[in-house]
Design a protein around this ligand. Structure first.
Ligand SMILES: CCCCCCCCCC/C=C\C/C=C/C(=O)SCCNC(=O)CCNC(=O)[C@H](O)C(C)(C)COP(=O)(O)OP(=O)(O)OC[C@H]1O[C@@H](n2cnc3c(N)ncnc32)[C@H](O)[C@@H]1OP(=O)(O)O
Ligand SMILES: Cc1cc2nc3c(=O)[nH]c(=O)nc-3n(C[C@H](O)[C@H](O)[C@H](O)COP(=O)(O)OP(=O)(O)OC[C@H]3O[C@@H](n4cnc5c(N)ncnc54)[C@H](O)[C@@H]3O)c2cc1C
Length: 620
């Protein structure tokens, strides 16, 4: 059979309305149409070609990136693209670039932490890209420990200026994207010192390079930190190093939305939580969660198409060999990843809503949901990026030897994606933040304070700590309320056990250090519960299209039961389910795999592209 026939055969098996499924994936018909239109725009424009980038030298790759960034900007202006369209353009151009940091961190930081006057002064220039900014927080010595940053911003009352200085080698800013070559300005994080007193880390806008000749300004040492993991990949970004030698900036270049320094040098803390200084990270973590499903879906799409076309073993009487997609082992490795892509998509949509909600609350001086939003963004960023990075590597293996070729797209996807486990907060460090939030919640359970939102289930902990799962047959595992209760019981029990064990230590900090692994696992259980519960909420919505809801229900069950299988130790050890019930879940999972269908509209096109890319990549 030809590739085209396999294609037709698999399409025939798709028992759902593919067009409607695309709309569910995009979030709305309008979002789907925008995505489709922008995808075509990018695919038909030769400037945006990306088939050669793993073969370019770093210098040529960087030039190519600048060309694409300039061209993208030109198209955004010419076509008057909306913010949503421009963001889709970035997604389809698919090459890390300094503008990600300019639009994604520099501007949001000024919006979130600058006062009205500062926003009026800086944002118009930034929107027109008359200045280009980066987000310079991390230093050579400290990334995770933000309170440990060493760069100083000392107020000089005589001149009404701050003196920005890098006192040690380890205080050198290290990593900021866009800093190495492009940025004219940086949002730097430094210790604020007034009258000899240290007020902790705050944000300051500093000009780095001349707007006339782009040379570094006096007192500034700046450069690129060098090649990173993989060919092509993240090397399109100019991650940089930056040192200050007593650089003077005006007092109003300290972002004054959270705290202020007066003309007299008096430090004043507004009545907003100081954690708002970390607000840009919360914003970007939420974006990263939304992006995880995109990266994952790309990998899963490649591996699925390959698995349909690839045949290996099992030929009888000269007939065709078995499609590798039909092997149960291939299905048990691939389908949970497909299901995860949908799960991350839906939780990403919800997180976007949560972020919008907290932004509105903050504007009305309601800070009550901030700790929960921090825990959700940190936890979901950690769990979705770790799972996605692992999944891309699994997809590479699912494609056998071909997955290792650059032309499969998977090596570069992995190399570009994997730092997401580190940037915007190391994933383990972020899980420990979630654990702190959970321990605080458990400690307040008897206080009369009712847990709400994603921790509402803790309010039912009396029931969840002793409930018994009622599954007797494999099909009982198809009931969403049975799955939900098992995940709630596991999360509640793991948190409560950690909280009890913390009491065995002389002080909380020592307990946290010793129990960090258990705490991180409890955090994962809590975050997986959030993802499962948001998938269930999605399924409770009206979902049109023949067979679409049914297919999503199957994917939900695959997602939840494959997690249950993977973490069976947690579920059984905490007494939420019996080993027998665990075995029944696995039996149900096996049955579900044969119900997963997929559409494969451009399989032939894919094969042709693969061949073209193979020819190019071998012409060195
Ligand atoms: C065209 C548009 C494009 C858009 C694209 C966007 C995508 C762009 C992607 C670009 C790719 C890469 C860019 C990468 C950028 C970076 O990496 S920037 C640097 C990121 N760095 C980090 O994430 C550092 C991680 N560390 C931290 O966040 C904190 O230091 C840490 C949370 C670990 C702090 O720990 P502590 O020292 O214990 O905390 P402390 O500072 O004392 O705070 C205590 C208190 O505050 C709570 N807290 C902490 N963080 C937050 C927060 N963000 N929001 C709210 N509350 C927070 C914490 O839980 C404590 O609470 P408690 O109640 O007192 O326990
Ligand atoms: C591609 C890329 C782009 C980046 N872009 C930017 C940018 O634009 N701007 C910017 O400011 N920064 C940027 N960064 C820096 C990034 O934010 C930091 O690297 C990240 O926050 C991790 O900090 P670290 O490097 O200090 O890791 P470390 O904290 O040194 O981590 C090393 C190890 O220690 C562990 N660890 C650390 N603390 C603890 C703890 N308390 N408990 C248990 N384990 C712990 C970690 O889990 C990890 O395994 C970027 C980084 C990368 C890789």
């Amino acid at each position: 059979m030809e590739a085209l026939d396999y294609h037709a055969e698999e399409r025939r098996k798709a028992e759902f309305d593919v067009e409607e499924m695309k709309i569910v994936w995009a979030g709305s018909r309008q979002a789907y149409e925008i995505s489709d239109r922008v995808a075509r725009l990018v695919a038909s424009d030769p400037v945006f070609r990306k088939d050669n980038r793993t073969m370019l030298s770093r210098k040529d790759l960087f030039k190519d990136t600048l060309r694409k960034a300039a061209h993208a900007w030109k198209r955004i202006i010419e076509l008057r693209l909306s913010e949503e369209e421009a963001s889709k353009l970035r997604f389809f151009v698919d090459q890390p670039v300094f503008t990600d940091l300019h639009w994604g961190m520099f501007i949001p930081a000024i919006k979130g932490q600058g006062n009205e006057e500062q926003q009026q002064k800086w944002l118009p220039m930034a929107y027109k890209m008359q200045i280009i900014g980066c987000y310079a927080q991390t230093e050579l010595g400290h990334g995770s420990n933000v309170q440990g940053l060493e760069t100083t911003a000392t107020f000089d009352p005589e001149t009404d200026e701050f003196v920005i200085h890098s006192p040690t080698l380890t205080s050198s800013k290290w990593w900021p994207g866009g800093l190495g070559k492009v940025s004219t300005h940086a949002l730097i994080y430094a210790r604020l010192i007034t009258d000899g007193q240290d007020h902790g880390v705050h944000g300051f806008i500093v000009q780095l390079r001349s707007l006339d000749d782009h040379l570094p300004l006096p007192g500034i040492t700046v450069g690129d930190i060098g090649m990173k993991f993989g060919s092509g990949a993240y090397n399109s970004m100019d991650n940089g190093v930056l040192r200050f030698d007593h650089v003077r900036i005006l007092r109003d270049q300290m972002l004054m939305g959270v705290s202020q320094v007066t003309r007299e040098g008096k430090f004043m803390q507004s009545d907003v939580p100081r954690q708002l200084v970390y607000g840009t990270m919360v914003y970007v973590r939420q974006k990263i969660v939304a992006d995880a499903s995109c990266a994952l879906s790309r990998a899963v799409c490649i591996a699925t198409r390959y698995s349909v076309v690839r045949r290996q073993f099992g030929s009888h009487n000269g007939g065709p060999e078995t499609q590798v997609i039909d092997y149960k082992t291939q299905q048990s490795r691939l389908f949970p990843l497909l299901a995860s892509a949908y799960a991350f998509r839906f939780v990403g949509e919800w997180l976007k809503w949560l972020y919008t909600d907290v932004t509105q609350r903050l504007q009305a001086s309601d800070f009550s949901t901030l700790p929960e939003v921090h825990a959700c963004t940190a936890g979901l960023k950690s769990v979705t990026t770790s799972a996605t990075a692992d999944a891309i590597e699994e997809c590479r293996k699912l494609c056998g030897g071909h997955g290792y070729l650059s032309s499969s797209g998977l090596p570069e996807l992995f190399a570009v994606y994997v730092p997401a486990c580190t940037y915007e907060g190391d994933n383990v460090v972020l899980l420990l933040q979630v654990a702190r939030f959970l321990m605080k919640t458990v400690s307040q359970l008897g206080s009369g304070k009712k847990p709400v939102g994603t921790i509402a289930y803790m309010g039912r902990s009396e029931h969840l700590l002793q409930c018994r799962c009622e599954v007797e047959r494999a099909e009982d595992w198809l009931k969403p309320n049975v799955i939900l209760e098992a995940f709630e019981a596991r999360a509640a029990r793991m948190s409560v056990t950690c909280a009890k064990n913390l009491n065995n230590f002389a002080n909380q900090e020592e307990g946290f250090a010793q129990l960090a692994t258990d705490l991180a696992e409890a955090a994962v259980a809590h975050v997986q519960l959030i993802i499962v519960s948001k998938f269930i909420e999605k399924l409770q919505q009206d979902i049109p299209g023949k067979g679409v809801k049914r297919q999503l229900e199957i994917l939900f069950n695959v997602y939840a039961l494959s997690l249950l299988h993977k973490h069976l130790g947690d579920f059984v050890a905490s007494g939420c389910i019996t080993p027998k019930q665990g075995a029944l879940a696995n039996e149900q999972l096996r049955l579900l795999y044969s119900q997963v269908h997929f559409d494969n509209p451009s399989l032939l096109l894919y094969m042709v592209l693969l061949l073209e890319r193979l020819l190019q990549s071998t012409s060195f």
